[in-house]
Every structure is written in structure tokens, then in C-alpha cells.
Design a protein. Structure first.
Lengths: 81, 271, 357
């Protein structure tokens, strides 16, 4: 099962595509079916096989801090951190 | 890497797993969009600075000085007190601010024209005085805001709007290597050059920025982090290709490394 | 406070300290360097900020930075150095932070010389840097006035969030006279700094100090705000002195050292039976146009005396609006006219007064 997922803020995403170049599992692509309010194709997570680990590498390269990253961690670990 | 709070509302339990927030936009950045071009590394640099200031808990006690250049509106993007300097004068303004507010973190954010051209005297003397400020130097080898003219750091042969046949060293001389130059100042405590061209280097850049601010906090002296950056629009290539160009052309011309690390900065911080 | 024998440059530096100046950034330039040196000794003694900058360009920007933090800050320089500061002054005016500048004028243009002149009147009074703004400009004629106006400059700069200039010349900077310094003012606490100051965004929205208004509509709104401010300053901050005006048939108009020399000459002229008066503007901006016009209504001729080629002369002509002939006597090059020369001019002018209208 997926251990993570990302949410892309489409008000901030400028469609630069840098995130698509760094995802280790190649799970990000540019949505062709819509535009952001500024007219860019936004990036989106396409993860049918639930492979995203929430590694956050996409957020490291995003120049617009448009990506929020979540991870599912075991309850004990979450309580500690 | 973590930034932001893990609030209760973000934790939902399912199958013994708790959904936790790993990363979100730092509090030290304002919520709106920036005007920077898609893929411009200014955005990454802004984000790293904001993450560091959040991590250090210093948003309410940091004062920034914005340059003239693409980042002229940086004060709209950083969620803290900010002043707008004349072109090149940020180190002098930061000096005035820091001298009267020694308990605050004071930083300048400057491009290659601002710092290495018109501001060359101001940055040299701030470093020479060992001014206890932090300078973030965005080196993308071109003048972005004004439409792509030659910068002091433009590479030999590089085409710009004011060197349409490529920078001719017979006419324009060689690029300035500011980290090397400033590291010669006794007052400089931490002068390093990093790059933003891939995730691994971005992570190292963030560490360097953190060290630089800690150097200021500890009153050790002048700190500067030079960040090799891209300008896809004025280089005329895609954002992804621009990062490759940084790696293949700028890194060899401006070697990454630690040019000055004061002995009181622990070895752990290096690299 | 008892009177002390004070050199001009020391007097204004110490007066600034007494007025609560918290930071001084400057650069050596003759004939005002004693002020920098005095500050270099006194400010650290008092735990305040002093720094010799690498240039006047850097100095004015350090002043700008400190002013953004809401502290009382000043610099001093002389003509060529002040030219270097013009960019910074424009930015300071455009961001409405209070700053005090003392310009001890010398011979020019260019490198000129180190002798006294009044050659920067236009530069200071009409703004100097780019854009629509006018600093308050105060012109002392004695060391006591220099002290008093320096203190007032800090108050005015803060009251109107503007630049206040004390416009002296090399002779005022270098001469020594008995004068009284004010008592030491207590410094403000950080919590008492102005609401707009950069003090760290604790429990409030961030403050931004900037002079950029990229939208022309917004820029015009700001420009009009400055115009309103100028109107207020013009209504409330005019300063001048009139001597022997009541029955005068001709009047001299002169400021600063030229005003003081004119005073000697006018006094002599009176003793020799000539009905001469003197109006000495002390605020050059705001200029006492109304007062000069009233004098023009009374007299048959006006004689302007300056240590330049005729700069305040234009403001006098503006005030007079053609009512009477306005003559001019000036010395340039860093030469200070003697009372005798001015007396000769008074004699000439007085003899022609019947042809005044």
C-alpha cells in the first residue's frame, strides 16, 4: 500500500515540471485536462499502484513550495516524533 | 526534511498507520504565488532560507534586505520585516540595520549584478569589516530582471543580450569569482559556494544556509552562501535543461566548496 | 548649560548626541572631518553606534538601514560627498524614514577646493536626488544656531518622516565661538520606536520599508502624499530673521555665513545713515516667500548676497514677483566676501534706489 502522497497547490504550481524529473518512482505528471488560474498545466500525483513513499524529493526541488507531502507512519513512531 | 507543524487535524489513523505531515510551505514565506519564472531557482533559494528561519524559530527576529533584480519584490514573499535597498547597497543597509539591532538576524539576498557589479565595494567592505550579517548570493551568470544582459559572472563565450556574439574576454575580461575573493578577508567567517541544480545539492545548500545563519547568531563574523542558480528564460532553455547547464557549465567555472570556514565553526558543519 | 568655546564641526556633532542621535555613519571629507572624529570617540563612549564607512555611498545606505530600524541617525559630509549621497537620499525620501544630514559646503563644482561656499543651495533645497521630494533645509549663521538647528533637525525629521538638512559651510564648520550645548536627552527604548520600524515581526504583520510603487497609479498616490506633507511643512516650519526692515528703503536677503557678513555691512550702513534692512532666511526649504514678498512691498530694491553664482537668487525673484528690481552680489571659488565688499554693494544699490520701480 502507499505509504505517502502529495498534494499540489494549483494556485502556486507554475507547471515547471521539475518535480516530474526527480520523482524516484516517476509518479508525477502534468495534468493535461485542466489549467491553473494562471494558465499552467499543474503537476499531479498519478499513483494507481500506491507506490508513493512520501519521500519528499519533489518538494525539495519545487521552486514554488506548491507541494505538501504526507506519509503514513506506524502509530508508535508518530507518537514519538 | 520537515517544515511546518504536525497538528492534530492532520493525523488520521488507519490500519495502525498515522498520516503525518512531512512537508509544507514554510511559515516564513507568504502564502501567495511569486512572480518568478516557472522553474527559476530563486524560488528554491527563497524556500530554503524560509525553512532555515522556521527551523531556527527566528521569523519574528529576522530582518531581510531585498536587492534590485528579479528578487526586488522579495519582501512580498518573505513573511518578516524587510527593507528595500538601492542596487548593490544591501550590505551597507544591512550593516546599518545590524549595528543598531545586534540581537536580530539580518540577511541580504542579492543577485550577481547587485553583489558583484554595482555593489562590489559594499560587499567587499562588509566582508572586510567582518560585518555580522548573512549574505545569500544568487549567481546565475546573467542579468535577469532587465532582460538578459551580461553579468560580472557571465562565462566566456556565453551569449547574452549585451554580448550577442558571446562574452569576449578581450573586451569584457573574465568572470568575477566572489567566494574566492571574499574568502581572502580576515573578517569573513564562512564563505561557501553551493549549487541548486539537483536535489542532493539543494539539500547541501540548505545545510550551508543554516550554518551561515548560525555563524551570525554566534557572532563569529561575516557569512555568505553563493548559490549557483539558473535563469531558464534568459538562457533560452527549459527549466530542466537550465539545471543541467548549471551542472555542466557553471560548476566547473565556479567550483563548489568551502572557501572560508572560521576555526570556531565545528567540523560537523562542513560539506 | 554654560557657554563653551566650540568649533563648528564639534558643536554640531555634540549637539546631535545631546539630541539623542543613536547612530552615526560617515566618511572623512574636508572641511567637516572633525565631526566624524568627534563621533568616533563619543559614540562608543556612550554605547551608541559609530562606523566609518568605505564611501559616502556606503555611509548614506548605512544611515538608511539604521533609519529603517526606527533609530535617530545622521551623517555629515561636504559637497562632493553629498553628491555621492544623492541616490541614497532619494531612496530615503521615497521610503519616508527620518534622517538628518549636515552638509558643510565647500568650493566646487567637481573636486573644487576645501574653502567655504554656498554652492549646494540648489542641490539641497530643490531635492538633489531624483524624483519629487524636498528635504527640510535649515541654514545656521552662527555656532549657536548650528547647535540649535541640529537639535531641531532631528525633531523635524521624525515629525514629518523626512530628511532634515543642516546646511553649513566650511567657515562655520571650522570657526570657533562661545556657544551653549543642550543637556543630554534620554534615548528612546526599542518599544517606543515608530510603528513602521523594522524591529522584528512579533505579534504583528511584517513591516516593509521600500520606495517602490510599481503601479503608476499607486506611485502617484504616494507622490501626492509627499506633496501634502510639503504643504504642511510649508505652513508650519518657516524660519527667518528680519533686521532693520521697518523703515528700510533697500533690503538685503542672504543666508548662512553670507547673511552674517551682510548683517555687519548693513549695520555699518545704518550707522552711516542708509536706510537698509536685512532678511536672513533660516529655513531654505520651506522658503519664506511671503516674508520676502512683504519686504519687497516695502523697499525700492533688493540685493541678494550669496557665496555662489546666484542660487537663492531665483527663490527671491519668485517671491518678489517683479515688484522691485533684484540685484545680486556673489563670490565663488571658496572665497568668503568681506563686509567691506558688501558695504560697497549696499552703497551702490542705495544710490540707485530711486530708480527701483
Amino acid at each position: 500500500m502507499a505509504t505517502g502522497y502529495i498534494v499540489v497547490n494549483e494556485d502556486l504550481c507554475k507547471g515547471c515540471e521539475l518535480c516530474t524529473t526527480v520523482c524516484p518512482k516517476d509518479l508525477i505528471s502534468m495534468a493535461q485536462d485542466r489549467f491553473t488560474p494562471k494558465g499552467y498545466h499543474p503537476a499531479e500525483l498519478v499513483d494507481p499502484d500506491r507506490e508513493c513513499t512520501g519521500c519528499g524529493i519533489c518538494a525539495v526541488i519545487c521552486p514554488d513550495a506548491a507541494i505538501t507531502v504526507y506519509r503514513f507512519v506506524p502509530a508508535e513512531k508518530a507518537a514519538v516524533s | 526534511m520537515h517544515s511546518g507543524q504536525m497538528g492534530d487535524e492532520l493525523m488520521t489513523e488507519r490500519d495502525g498507520m498515522v498520516e503525518t505531515l512531512i512537508y509544507t510551505k514554510p511559515v516564513s514565506l507568504t502564502t501567495g504565488a511569486t512572480h518568478y519564472c516557472p522553474g527559476c531557482t530563486h524560488g528554491i533559494a527563497h524556500r530554503l532560507i524560509a525553512e532555515v528561519i522556521d527551523d531556527m524559530g527566528r521569523r519574528e527576529s529576522t530582518l531581510g534586505v531585498a536587492p534590485v533584480g528579479c528578487a526586488v519584490f522579495a519582501y512580498d514573499y518573505f513573511n518578516m520585516d524587510f527593507a528595500e535597498a538601492a542596487h548593490g547597497r544591501a550590505p551597507a543597509m544591512a550593516t546599518g540595520l545590524k549595528r543598531v539591532s545586534p540581537d536580530k538576524l539580518v540577511f541580504t539576498y542579492q543577485g550577481d549584478g547587485d553583489l558583484a557589479s554595482i555593489g562590489a565595494a559594499e560587499i567587499l567592505h562588509a566582508a572586510g569589516r567582518g560585518e555580522n550579517i548573512t549574505v545569500i548570493f544568487i549567481n546565475n551568470a546573467i542579468y535577469g530582471m532587465t532582460g538578459g544582459q551580461m553579468a560580472p559572472t557571465t562565462l566566456p563565450g556565453q551569449k547574452t543580450t549585451s554580448t550577442p556574439s558571446g562574452r569576449d574576454i578581450e573586451v569584457h575580461g573574465f568572470p568575477l569569482k566572489m567566494s574566492e575573493v571574499l574568502s581572502q578577508m580576515d573578517g569573513a567567517a564562512y564563505i561557501v559556494r553551493r549549487s541548486l541544480h539537483d536535489v542532493a545539492h539543494i539539500r547541501k545548500a540548505k545545510k550551508a544556509i543554516r550554518t551561515a545563519f548560525e555563524v551570525q547568531e554566534q557572532g563569529i563574523g561575516f557569512s555568505m552562501v553563493e548559490l549557483l542558480s539558473s535563469c531558464p528564460t534568459n538562457w533560452g532553455i527549459s527549466a530542466e535543461d537550465a539545471l543541467t547547464w548549471v551542472e555542466e557549465h557553471m560548476v566547473p567555472a565556479f567550483p563548489l566548496g568551502d572557501y572560508k570556514v572560521h576555526e570556531s565553526i565545528s567540523a560537523r558543519k562542513k560539506g | 548649560m554654560p557657554k563653551e568655546l566650540l568649533k563648528g564641526n564639534i558643536a554640531f556633532a555634540e549637539a546631535a548626541i545631546r539630541a539623542g542621535c543613536e547612530a552615526y555613519f560617515g566618511y572623512p571629507i574636508t572641511p567637516q572631518t572633525e565631526a566624524l572624529e568627534h563621533m568616533s570617540k563619543r559614540m562608543p563612549e556612550l554605547g551608541r553606534v559609530f562606523l566609518q564607512a568605505e564611501s559616502e555611498v556606503a555611509a548614506i545606505n548605512m544611515v538608511y538601514g539604521a533609519a529603517c530600524a526606527g533609530v535617530r541617525v545622521m551623517t555629515s559630509s561636504s559637497s562632493p560627498g553629498v553628491s555621492l549621497m544623492m541616490e541614497g537620499l532619494s531612496y530615503i525620501a521615497g521610503s519616508e524614514v527620518p534622517v538628518v544630514l549636515v552638509n558643510v559646503m565647500r568650493g566646487g563644482p567637481g573636486l573644487g577646493n576645501i574653502a567655504p561656499s554656498q554652492g549646494d543651495y540648489n542641490q539641497m533645497v530643490k531635492g538633489g536626488g531624483h524624483g519629487d521630494y524636498k528635504p527640510i533645509v535649515l541654514a545656521p549663521a552662527t555656532i549657536q544656531e548650528l547647535i540649535d538647528l541640529t537639535v531641531i533637525a532631528f525633531d523635524l525629521a521624525e515629525k514629518y518622516r523626512t530628511i532634515a538638512v543642516v546646511l553649513a559651510d566650511g567657515s562655520i564648520g571650522q570657526m570657533m565661538e562661545p556657544a551653549e550645548l543642550p543637556p543630554m536627552r534620554e534615548l528612546r527604548q526599542v518599544a517606543e520606536r515608530p510603528h513602521w520600524a523594522l524591529t522584528g515581526a512579533v505579534d504583528r504583520e511584517p513591516n516593509v520599508v521600500s520606495s517602490i510603487y510599481i503601479d503608476p497609479v499607486e506611485e502617484e498616490v504616494f507622490n501626492l502624499k509627499l506633496v501634502e506633507k510639503q504643504k504642511q511643512i510649508e505652513a508650519e516650519e518657516i524660519r527667518f530673521r528680519e533686521m532693520w526692515i521697518d523703515d528700510a528703503e533697500i533690503a538685503l536677503v542672504a543666508f548662512g555665513t553670507a547673511g552674517r557678513i551682510a548683517q555687519s555691512a548693513v549695520k555699518d550702513a545704518r550707522e552711516n545713515g542708509m536706510k537698509v534692512g536685512l532678511l536672513r532666511p533660516i529655513s531654505l526649504y520651506p522658503y519664506p516667500y511671503a516674508a520676502v514678498q512683504q519686504v519687497a512691498d516695502k523697499v525700492n530694491r533688493i540685493l541678494v548676497v550669496e557665496m555662489n553664482g546666484g542660487q537663492m537668487l531665483d527663490d527671491v525673484r519668485l517671491a518678489v514677483e517683479g515688484r522691485v528690481q533684484v540685484d545680486f552680489y556673489g563670490r565663488m571659488g571658496g572665497i568668503v566676501p568681506l563686509p567691506d565688499e558688501v558695504y560697497e554693494q549696499i552703497e551702490k544699490t542705495y544710490a540707485q534706489r530711486a530708480n527701483g520701480r
